[in-house]
Design a protein around this ligand. Sequence first.
Ligand code: C2E
Ligand code: MG
Ligand code: MG
Ligand code: MG
Length: 292
Amino acid sequence: RLAKEGYRSQLLYDPSVERGVPNRLALLGDLRRALDTDDQITLHYQPKIDLRTGDLAGAEALIRWQHPDLGRMAPDTFIPMAESTTLIHALTTRVLETAVRDATRWAAAGWPVPVAVNLSTRCLLDPALPGRILGLIERAGLPVSLLQLEVTESMVMADPIRAQLTLRELHEAGFHLAIDDFGTGHSSMAYLQKLPVDELKIDRSFIREMAAEQASCVLVRTAVTLGHNLGLSVVAEGVETEDDVATLRNLGCDIAQGYHFARPMPADEFRDWQTAWTAEGGRLVSEVAAAP
Ligand code: C2E
Ligand code: MG
Ligand code: MG
Ligand code: MG
C-alpha cells in the first residue's frame, strides 16, 4: 500500500522528509516485499587474500538492495532497520540460502571457496539459529568448512552468555567463526579469550588510521599480536592501497580484504575475477606491479 505513489503521500506526513530521510515504515514494507522478489535483493562477493601466498582465502557475502524507486540502498541503513524488527530473520534466511546455493554451485564446479555470511545480533541470540544453518547446508550437501560466519564484537556483548552458547554450538558443528569490526566494541581481552572463534577482522577504521600515518600502526600491530596470541587468523578489512598491503605483511597480518584487490561484485563476476587472478599466478598486486 505504501509502495510507489503511496510513498509520496506517506512522505508528506513524515517530518523526517525535511531531512531527506524516507519514511521508516514505508521502507520496511518495501524491504518485506523486496524479499519476495528475485531481483531486488542480491549478494555481492568480495575476495579475501592470503597475504603470504597471494591465494584467494575466501569471500565475504554482502547484501545489496536495489530499491525500485530509490535505487541502491546501503546495508548500513536498512540492516539496522530490519534488525529492529523480526524482518531480520527473513533477510538472514535469504542471505544464507543464497550464499549456500552459490558456494555449493562453486564447489560442485571444482572451486571450493569458503563464503562468509554476516549475522545480526538478533539472529545470534536466536537459539534455533545453529540448527537452521546446519539443516540448510546438509540439504545442499555443502561441507561445513565452506560456510563461515561473521559476528561483531558489540553484537556478542549485547548478551554475552546467550551469544557464547550459540557460538559454541556453531563452533562445535565445525563452522569457521570470525569476530568482525574488531576494535570498535568494548569486549575485554579476558572475554575475547573465552569466545570460540577462529578469526579476527580488524575494523577498517584502524587500517585507515594506519594508512594516514604509516608510523603509527600501533593499534593494528597490537590487534595482530593479540589475535595470534589467541591462536586466531587475523584479517584486515578496508585495504585500499599497496602501502597498506606492504605494512600489513610486515606486521604479520594473515589475510586482507579491500578495494585494493577488488570491490564486492556479483557472483558471476566474482568467478571471472578469480579466473583472472589465478591466471596472474594469484600473485599479490604489489608483486605483479614490481614485475617487468
Ligand atoms: P562489514 O561486514 O564490516 O563489511 C565490510 C564493508 O566494508 C562492506 O560494506 C564492504 O563493501 C566495505 N569495504 C570493503 N572493502 C573496502 C575498502 O577497501 N574501503 C572501504 N571504504 N570499504 C570497503 P557494505 O557492503 O556496505 O556493508 C556494510 C555493513 O553492512 C557490513 O559491514 C555488515 O555489517 C552489514 N552487512 C552487509 N551485508 C550483510 C548481511 O547479509 N547481513 C547482515 N546482518 N549484515 C550485513
Ligand atoms: Mg563482515
Ligand atoms: Mg567487517
Ligand atoms: Mg567494518
